[in-house]
Design a protein around this ligand. Sequence first.
Ligand SMILES: Nc1nc2c(ncn2[C@@H]2O[C@H](COP(=O)(O)OP(=O)(O)OP(=O)(O)O)[C@@H](O)[C@H]2O)c(=O)[nH]1
Ligand SMILES: [Mg+2]
Length: 330
Amino acid sequence: MGAAQEMLAALLDGDRSALARAITLIESTREADAQVARSLLEACMPRSGNSARIGITGIPGAGKSTLIDTLGLRLLDHGHRVAVLAIDPSSARTGGSILGDKTRMERLAQHPGAFIRPTAAAGHLGGAGRRTRETIVLCEAAGYDRIIVETVGTGQNELEADALTDITVLLLIAGAGDELQGIKRGIMESADVIAFTKCDGEMLARARLAQRELQSALQLLAPRAHGQRPGTYLTSALTGEGIDLLIAEVERLAASQTDSGYLMQRRRQQDLLWLDHAVTEALKAAFNRHPAVAAALPRLQKAVVEQALSPFAAADELLALFRTSGEPHP
Ligand SMILES: Nc1nc2c(ncn2[C@@H]2O[C@H](COP(=O)(O)OP(=O)(O)OP(=O)(O)O)[C@@H](O)[C@H]2O)c(=O)[nH]1
Ligand SMILES: [Mg+2]
């Protein structure tokens, strides 16, 4: 049995370190790893799809990781296996300082039924991890049935999280400023559940008020595709306030999405999106390694910078080179 087969067998057996190694392989940008990564993914596909995929989003410091720690432990108590994929937007800049997320989920990280994987957003458009979609598949094949994806809501990547998960939970801090938190149509419309965080101490009264305001604002929005407006919750990871209610709502939504057939429909729609992503990515990669393109690029970049050529004309020239010479099959 080859090393890849062994890794796959261990992964399917629920071995966390095999899962971690498999994800590293999937995330690898080395061309030599691509083939193995692909067959690993294909082998896991038929064993995936059986989890509830839950997106947790909110501005930096909203309390996402801390809430996930508490939430995750409850889900483990209910007999679930929990995987957390925390997408760290800072790592693209800092080169991967992800200890913050590890420490904020300390209790969960120590639990044998949980798996936590911080991933770098690494310049991927939309802010989700470059391989989060594939990572979800591997986690499900490894037996995790509650997948939590933590993303920072910067106003752009909620849609990306929406394309990865079944249910989006938007976290808000009461009184932190609506504009700042992206309380606009886009983010509101992609939320299935909205929870105020840190509802303890002095915050509780303020949060009650904010909840009432939010509920009337939500009446003005169109309901989501499955015909519901998001429920609003007051939670505290510190005191445990509202956590059980929040979990009950997420579980209720997951069950109703499955029963109504909405989940199937949504996931097939997501598959089409990912097909599109995969094609775009493969084309870009083929373009980048195309010898004639690579040879002409410095000259054309220089011409654009010197304003001798428009960016569009330069792109036309590169694409013409890509189409007419070199690799017959991109
Ligand atoms: N009082 C109180 N503080 C909280 C609660 N949850 C989180 N915090 C604090 O809020 C701060 C941010 O919490 P995180 O869980 O790291 O927030 P985050 O949204 O994951 O942050 P990023 O990952 O950096 O975007 C920390 O100092 C937490 O201790 C809570 O329920 N009550
Ligand atoms: Mg966090």
